[in-house]
Design a protein around this ligand. Sequence first.
Ligand code: FAD
Length: 555
Amino acid sequence: MKNKHYEYVIVGAGLSGLTAAAYLTKAGYSVLVLEKTPTYGGLLNSFSREGYVFDAGARAIENSGIIRPMLKDLGIEMELLSSPVSIGVESQVISIVSKESIDLYRQALQTLYPDNVDDVRKIFRKIEKVYKEMHVIYGFENPVFKNFRQDKRYLFKELLPWLGRFLLAVSRMERMNEPVETYLKKVSTNQSLIDIIDQHFFKRTPTFFALGYFYVYLDYLYPKGGTGKLPEKLVQKMLENGGELQVNTEVKTISLAKKLVQDGNGQSYSYDKLLWCADLKSLYRNLDTSGLGADVVGSITTESEKILASRGGDSVFSLFIGVDQPPQAFASITNGHVFYTPSRKGLGETHLSELKNLLAKGKDACKKEEIRAWVTTYCALTTYEISIPSLRDASLSPEGKTGLVVSFLLEYDLVRLVNDAGWYDEFKLWVEDGMIKTLNQSLFPGLFDTIELRFSASPLSIEKKFGNSEGGITGWTFELPSPVVNMLQKIPDSVKTPLPDVLQCGQWAYSPAGIPTAILTGWYAADSICTSRESDRKKAKKIRLRNEYKRTYPV
Ligand SMILES: Cc1cc2nc3c(=O)[nH]c(=O)nc-3n(C[C@H](O)[C@H](O)[C@H](O)COP(=O)(O)OP(=O)(O)OC[C@H]3O[C@@H](n4cnc5c(N)ncnc54)[C@H](O)[C@@H]3O)c2cc1C
């Protein structure tokens, strides 16, 4: 088959790849985006089933000073609805609609743990501090989306004063880098209280990132039509600008010296530069380095060893249900996005030593009933994230009915073990049953009898569909040292690789990751290309002028 040539080939039509594509096509370059799955958006996508629209990935999108300015910069019109969050433990469900409502959550925790009133106060003082720093970092429209060179008033009156505050806030945040579990253990000895706060987060999440969620809860937006509208708009923009998107195309080989990628059907695409916006382990596993110099191969081997030794971060189990009850029945209990823990007891050792013991037995020695018992306890004690799309946009469920996405963090290794043992489908049903039973007995009485549609996705589904290592939903684990850039001031460097003419972006390029940094790294990758092309153009112009001068005035 004949090679197809593009200036820029982008692998992965997730948010990072699509952001890079939108900016590169805006600058007039020829761009092809290759995507493994039948659609675009990667982890951020919505789909419909029997009249219900569900969000498969993030249940809402945090603005972070990024979403609105980026849309404006790209000239994209998109309706963004407000998306208030609720937080609840047992019967205490607090609607978080302003900074003051965070204090109501503090009071609820003090009621639930009357012997630890002071511990709770200390934790919330820390949350208050983190909130202020988050407000500095994310409350300001990110300057990368502003053309500030031409706006002197903005530059001197707004940007420069903010920059000082930003650097200070970032350095203070970096001092709160210890895992949130460690921080909480210093403040309280009540394991249940510690769990109730920390089981919302990934294992060993840095304290500033975890406690910063109280800011994020107030910053969430919901695109009208579902979260998948954001990638849809980016795709429309890049197609309008002349870019191309090819779905159902998995890149299988990257030949660095030939500047060529090949898909599963043997079709090759040559590039001037390649942007890898997908899982980095699959990039390093599929490299062809023949024809490169020994020093380049040496740097690639070092990087490859670092990447392949790391692990994808925590993953989720998501249950999608259609319920024959109107949205109002749920609106009287909670907002459309809720973080709910059914018991104040906390997970304790359930998800740590008990799970570790089960995993250590391996698939042959681990008994089905042991795992089933573990699942039952886990469902009763863990923290749920529940999304009700039609409480934010009524058009997202059939008249008089409600769609819910119920999820919690679930260990990839457990699902892998069950799959290898041959009873994955059965396991999925136990988890679904455990989730429904728990919510039926707590937050949503009557749920069980009104469900008319249900299906689920596990960490393994995420790994299979998107190729994400260990089903990771926000890049690398916090349990090992980060193999990529992990300081906000250094985020522009996160897109560099030791591979000639290859840039990387997205959730595997920077840690801690998520929607805002996927977008930012996509922007930085496009910007570094545009800047180097501009400087090449200037250099070429200088040489041309010098040569013309020499020809006109020979010595
Ligand atoms: C349930 C859930 C909840 C979340 N909640 C939040 C949240 O509240 N806040 C937040 O900030 N983030 C959240 N996230 C994470 C966030 O959605 C992701 O970090 C972000 O969307 C990642 O974008 P990306 O472009 O880096 O990668 P991805 O979205 O993973 O895109 C990569 C794309 O590359 C494709 N691909 C992979 N390999 C190949 C190949 N060889 N050839 C061609 N294509 C390939 C994949 O199919 C995929 O489409 C959540 C994610 C999930 C799943």
